[in-house]
Design a binder for this molecule. Structure first.
Ligand code: ADP
Ligand code: MG
Ligand code: MG
Length: 367
């Protein structure tokens, strides 16, 4: 899609002369561009994003969360700088439109936002080393720690996102209806999930009992949503704040275990390749506790290994549900794509179960 960036950027509070705009990064959801402005001979960069409003139906609410989160973290970083001017920690900083809003809609309805480009840092797409796992987990846990004292609940932009019992209920409903007659071919997967049905409610029940505390979660804790500082190699800025919401911190840690410990792709058909690599788990756990150790209570800490299993199972449940419903939610590129995806998740759950004692032992030692 082509946009007139000179014209588009004139709707934001940007000073100087527009120079150029180029597509930027490898994000899959929004359209991201880097724009360059010349301010009296100095070149300054900004990010312009067209928000995917097919995915995010209430972008104004989303931007409300975005601003509250970035302002809260921004204030903390300013305090830190007063003490230590060398801190390289950063946060996204929104540039308002000239009409005073944190976004601008063009006449065609496209939803644009702008923020300051974070210099001398970059994101990486594939989690390959233990050091990267540690840095990513540390960055996300610092992010959660920064937001542990955020006043007022954020908008729940996607209700029940990690309500595992309701995800399970959806699967049972899809199985009962069995619209495409696919159930008989997936009885092994279905039985595997149902055998773990009781575990689906563990976190939510403890939350109801007050043992677990709702906090702020990022909900897209992939490596490429952390900017790594070119100079220090540490995670200096958490980005991609579209799904920031109220939730249990376990959702973020669990999803890191799900996406960061297996060397195989989510849709790998050779299940022999899918395994929970313990050293990666250890790096994620150590990195996560480096920032979250201070605000998590003992119950929260003890449930970190379980969260890896639960979130992996939950995504497996969602893939199987979509398969039974006729592939209406997740985009597929081959007929059994959702079933393949479900199988990798369940294989990873099995691998986690095999190593569960060691996973718990380590969590207890580090707690
Ligand atoms: P998506 O939701 O599509 O993944 P992101 O917000 O993650 O979009 O942005 C896509 C990519 O753009 C990121 O992975 C990162 O490389 C880059 N990026 C985004 N914001 C900034 C920024 N403020 N400074 C530098 N790079 C950025
Ligand atoms: Mg992203
Ligand atoms: Mg995103």
């Amino acid at each position: 899609m082509k946009f007139d960036f000179r014209q588009l950027t004139s709707h934001f509070q940007l000073y100087g002369n527009f120079v150029v705009a180029v597509p930027y990064g490898t994000g899959h959801i929004n359209d991201t561009f880097q724009v360059t402005f010349d301010q009296g001979g100095t070149l300054l960069h900004y990010i312009i994003q067209r928000v995917n409003t097919n995915v995010f139906k209430a972008p104004e609410e989303l931007m409300d969360n975005f601003l509250r989160v970035t302002r809260h973290i921004g204030a903390k970083i300013r305090d830190e700088r007063a003490v230590n001017p060398a801190t390289r920690r950063r946060t996204l900083e929104v540039v308002n439109s000239i009409y005073g809003k944190p976004y601008w809609r063009d006449p065609a309805g496209n939803f644009f936002r702008c923020y300051v480009f974070v210099e001398n840092a970059r994101s990486y797409d594939i989690l390959e080393t233990k050091a990267q796992a540690y840095q990513a987990a540390a960055a996300f846990s610092n992010f959660q720690a920064d937001l542990a004292d955020l006043p007022q609940r954020l908008n729940e932009t996607i209700p029940d996102f990690h309500n595992t019992p309701s995800r399970l209920a959806n699967l049972e409903k899809a199985a009962k209806e069995d619209k495409l007659g696919r159930l008989k071919s997936v009885s092994r997967e279905f039985d595997f999930i149902m055998a773990r049905g009781k575990e689906c409610g563990v976190l939510i029940d403890l939350q109801k009992e007050g043992e677990l505390v709702e906090r702020v979660t990022h909900n897209d804790t992939k490596l490429n949503n952390v900017l790594i500082d070119d100079l220090t190699g540490s995670g200096c800025c958490v980005i991609d704040l579209d799904t920031v919401m109220p939730g249990l911190p376990h959702y973020d840690f669990g999803d890191m275990v799900r996406t960061g410990t297996s060397p195989a792709a989510e849709d790998e058909t050779d299940l022999g390749k899918v395994t929970m690599r313990f050293p990666m788990y250890e790096a994620l756990l150590r990195g996560y506790l480096s920032g979250a150790g201070g605000f998590l209570n003992a119950t929260e800490k003890s449930l970190l290994p379980f969260s890896g299993k639960l979130i992996t199972l939950e995504i497996g449940i969602r893939f199987l549900t979509d398969y039974l419903e006729g592939d209406v939610y997740f985009k597929i590129r081959r007929p059994d794509h959702n079933l393949d995806r479900c199988r990798t998740q369940l294989k990873l759950v099995a691998s986690i179960e095999e190593q569960y004692d060691a996973m718990r032992k380590l969590a207890d030692e580090l707690a």
